[in-house]
Design a protein around this ligand. Sequence first.
Ligand SMILES: [Zn+2]
Length: 82
Amino acid sequence: MIVKRKCVSCGEVKDRSDLIKITRSHGTDEVVVSPDSKTFGRSVYVCKKESCIKNAFKKDRIFKVLKTHKNSSLQEKLQKLL
Ligand SMILES: [Zn+2]
C-alpha cells in the first residue's frame, strides 16, 4: 500500500516518499526532521521543493501547525535535504 500525505504548503497529496516529514516529539517537544519510527508526535509533511519549504515558513505556518515555538534553524535543516 502506498501511503499518501498532504503537503503543508501547497496542499497536494503525494506519496510519503516525495515529502519530508517533520515531527514535534511528544515526549521532548523537540522538532525532528525525518524522524525515525520511534519518534511520535504531531507531524507535518512538506514537498521536497524549495518553494514549498519557503511557503511553509511564511507567517510561521509550519510552527502553528506543529503548535510549537519558532525555531530558526528548522528552515535551514529542511533546505539541506533538497
Ligand atoms: Zn508542496
